[in-house]
Design a protein around this ligand. Structure first.
Ligand code: DOR
Ligand code: ZN
Length: 337
């Protein structure tokens, strides 16, 4: 039976959230970017140690570039107490660094030196607003910030929804700060991003959250990531958001490779500070990034979740691929041939 995207030619995608790691893992993963139909990546800084200085980011970029000369690497810094407004300006001046990633302390891989209190970073956010650097938010509340009522305790299921007021208040305080709510996993997150009309607040959606729900990771460490995949209704909201004509959402795969033994909780290894016995968070999708998105959309159409015209409307996929302008981008067959 012919499939919706058979024979389709699309521009190469930009993937605005990737983990390329360091050492042997970096050497294995980085060359797979282009086979996933991607030619531009926004690189996450949660290495060991985290990338907190412009010099580290520039050096990391040159290592990545040597492994994939045809890929454009957009670098980021790790939001850390050592980052000051003058580092923000220095970062901007490199031309290589496009944003700063905020990890709430302790919620995911290599986040132990992440953010405990956003207020202490207000001077940094003000400098980022001035310089036009993006704030990339891992949008989960850590368990330690749980409200006093026991029934409101923060869990992997409500941590994203509980973070959303923080997103709104950061946008209210810094309206010109460009904010990306990373890897949205809930209808609540989609609705929050859509409710903020400013183009300065947008969201990324991963390939795997378009397919997975809670039952797919419960019992399967390979599908476990943070934020975790949620309910069927959340997945449907993400599918609709990916093709939403307001274009507030774009692809950021959060492809996050780990050694198999870390996924199985057998060790805390390089690139992974999860404690022994716990499964490392991360789903690795880099070599199939765009193919997985197309498959999820195709399935959504076949199940009546999306209409064919929602997906086929001109510019929809290019928009999600962060390729809006047409023109000079590379075209390659990503499906059906
Ligand atoms: O599942 C995840 N893995 N979520 C993150 O936020 C980090 C990532 C990683 O670096 O492994
Ligand atoms: Zn990530």
């Amino acid at each position: 039976m012919p499939r919706l995207f058979d024979g389709l030619e699309l521009p190469a995608s930009a993937d605005f959230h990737v983990h390329l790691r360091q050492g042997a893992m970096m050497e294995t993963v980085t060359p797979t970017i282009t086979s996933g139909g991607v030619d531009t990546v926004y690189v996450m800084p949660n290495l060991i140690p985290p990338i907190t200085t412009p010099a580290q980011a520039v050096e990391y970029k040159s290592r990545l570039q040597a492994l994939a000369p045809d890929v454009t690497f957009l670098m980021s810094l790790y939001l850390h107490p050592s980052i000051t407004p003058s580092i923000v300006r220095e970062a901007k001046a490199t031309g290589a660094i496009h944003g700063i990633k905020s990890y709430p302390a302790g919620v995911t891989t290599n986040s132990s030196s992440g953010v405990v209190d956003y207020e202490s970073f207000y001077p940094v956010f003000a400098a980022m607003e001035e310089e036009g650097l993006v704030l990339n938010l891992h949008g989960e509340l850590p368990p330690s910030q749980s409200p006093s009522a026991p029934e409101d305790q923060i869990t992997v299921l409500n941590a994203e929804a509980a973070f959303l007021p923080t997103l709104r208040s950061l946008h209210t305080r810094f309206p010109n700060l460009r904010i990306v709510l990373e890897h949205c996993t809930t209808k609540a997150a989609v609705d929050m991003v859509l409710s903020i009309s400013s183009p300065n607040v947008v969201g990324t959606i991963t390939a795997h959250h378009l397919s997975l729900i809670v039952d797919d990771w419960a019992g399967d460490p390979l599908n476990f990531c943070k934020p975790v995949a949620k309910l069927p209704s959340d997945r449907i909201a993400l599918l609709r958001a990916a093709v939403d004509p307001r274009r507030k959402f774009f692809l950021g795969t959060d492809s996050a490779p780990h050694p198999l033994r870390s996924k199985q909780g057998r060790s805390g290894t390089a690139g992974n500070d999860n404690s022994c016995g716990k499964c490392a968070a991360g789903v690795f999708t880099q070599p199939y990034a765009t193919q997985l998105v197309l498959e999820a959309l195709e399935e959504a159409v076949s199940k009546g979740i999306l209409r064919e015209e929602d997906v086929r409307r001109e510019g929809v996929l290019e928009g999600f691929w962060a390729r809006r302008g047409g023109g000079s981008m590379v075209c390659r067959r990503v499906s059906g041939g």
